[in-house]
Design a binder for this molecule. Structure first.
Ligand SMILES: [Mn+2]
Length: 277
């Protein structure tokens, strides 16, 4: 027979319950997830879009914004290179949508699961070069592609990496030697030296942060892009990110938005899967 044991990490569940108008059992569950202190509990329970962090806190975000503003102004050809999974596809869509809104000359390329496998490869770089692409933006991949990116740089292209994967490293006597790609800008909260307060975002969330920062830098109101949060939510759940901190807000807000989505693709998906809105 299975035996269930209630985990009870220590805290004043009665007091928390009273302050936040939740049951002591719920207070206990929240404590078990290591959400500690009134401020963190308040954000956990009631976090909204206003509680999301400023994407400009990410290392190289300012650089990427400057580069892309210039490329858009010069009408240089930009290509988004994403990935074929739920996170990669949503990240690609978010960048395409945001850049098109800003008037960029932009298209996308996604590696084939069967032919290419995961992430950037030389074939994708060469294809971009042959197509006359000036600037590549990666999403949900790129941080582990130092060789491929060096190749793209030798061909004269500008490359902006956005990714959420761990930076590969070599173990050396005096510690870890990180193998960062030599791109023009590298955005990845997991890279050393990035002060961004939350490291658990998916690739689509980072794409959203970039588009938002670009939008704001050009005088736009971040609210105009809120609808993209429905895609961030789908990617966050599909890529199995921890439902804590900003991810919790993205999913909570995104689920509400999905009920009223204007996206023809998402509306069709909802219809053909019979999901109850
Ligand atoms: Mn991902």
């Amino acid at each position: 027979m299975e035996q269930w044991v209630l985990l009870r990490k220590g805290a004043d569940f009665e007091g928390i319950g009273k302050r936040f108008q939740i049951s002591p059992r719920l207070a206990c569950l929240i404590r078990n997830r290591d959400v500690i202190g009134d401020e963190a509990i308040a954000q956990y329970l009631n976090g909204t879009i206003a509680d999301l962090y400023d994407g400009m806190l990410m290392k190289d975000m300012d650089k990427a914004v400057d580069i892309l503003r210039e490329k858009i102004a010069e009408q240089k050809r930009i290509r988004v290179i994403g990935d074929y999974d739920i996170d990669g596809v949503n990240a690609t869509y978010i960048l395409l949508e945001g850049l098109e809104k800003l008037g960029a000359e932009v298209d996308s390329d996604i590696p084939s699961r069967m032919k290419d496998g995961y992430g950037l490869n030389v074939e994708l770089i060469e294809r971009a070069y042959r197509d006359g692409i000036d600037t590549i933006i990666t999403c949900d991949n790129g941080i582990a592609a130092a060789g491929e990116i060096a190749y793209g740089k030798r061909l004269g292209m500008t490359i902006v990496v956005t990714d959420h994967h761990e930076v590969p490293f070599e173990e050396e006597e005096d510690g870890k030697n990180y193998l960062l790609p030599l791109a023009d800008a590298v955005i990845d909260p997991k890279q050393p030296g990035c002060e961004y307060p939350f490291k658990g975002l998916c690739g689509a969330a980072i794409a959203y942060k970039l588009v938002e920062a670009l939008w704001e830098a050009t005088g736009g109101d971040a609210e105009d892009l809120d609808y993209l949060i429905e895609n961030v939510a789908i990617a966050t759940v599909g890529d199995v990110m921890e439902l804590e901190n900003e991810n919790r807000i993205f999913v909570k807000e995104g689920l509400q938005m999905l009920k009223r989505t204007h996206s023809p693709g998402l509306r069709s998906l909802i219809a053909c899967t019979g999901v109850d809105k």
